[in-house]
Design a protein around this ligand. Structure first.
Ligand code: IMP
Ligand code: MG
Length: 173
């Protein structure tokens, strides 16, 4: 049987997203580009973009699809870009947003590809950081919450494509 245990309530997440927006506003001009990694970051990007708007910023929004996890809990270690990096980011300051930095393979690949595409600079932002699982030498510049090595679902995070719709973050036993 699977048990969901709430880790961060909706209000905890909303408060933290507002803090992150303030932090982002300090490093970016009013006009910058958010590049979200699909699918996991779709809820976080939507909330972050509106938090940026509330403090007077007007980010452009792009998404890129990168796959690593199959249907299960363990990363295959292989990360692939599906489709193209948008040409519109060339010369732009970019905020690269993902749901979590776990092994770090996804974030480091995406960061490298954005720089190869000519992003002026890339600042990385994740809602969650699981430092205990890192395999690559990358740390996100802006982090919502640091979490232990537990499997998390909800708020965009899935387990076999389930639970992304939950408005809160939960651990899955
Ligand atoms: P990486 O291991 O840092 O490359 O992370 C790859 C991807 O694994 C992330 O973008 C997430 O989509 C997914 N992931 C890592 N940890 C979890 C988790 O606890 N729950 C759901 N997805 C996860
Ligand atoms: Mg993902």
């Amino acid at each position: 049987m699977t048990t969901l245990r709430t880790l961060f309530e909706e209000a905890d997440i909303a408060g933290r997203v507002d803090d992150l927006a303030e932090e982002i506003a300090k490093t970016f001009p009013q006009d910058f580009t958010i590049v979200g990694l699909l699918k996991g970051s779709f809820v976080f990007v939507a909330d972050l973009a509106r938090a940026m708007d509330r403090i007077g910023h007007a980010p452009r929004i792009e998404f890129v699809k990168v796959s690593s996890y199959g249907d299960g809990r363990d990363s295959s270690g292989e990360v692939r870009l599906e489709g193209n990096i948008p040409a519109a980011i060339t010369g732009q300051p970019v905020l690269l947003v993902d749901d979590i930095v776990d092994t770090g393979n996804t974030l480091s690949l995406a960061r490298r590809l954005l720089l190869e595409q000519g992003a002026e600079r890339v600042v990385t932002c994740v809602l969650l950081d699981k430092p205990s699982r890192r395999q690559t030498d990358i740390s996100a510049n802006i982090v919502g919450f640091t979490v232990p090595d537990v499997f998390i679902v909800g708020y965009g995070f899935d387990y076999g494509e389930k639970y992304r719709h939950l408005p809160y973050l939960a651990t899955l036993d």
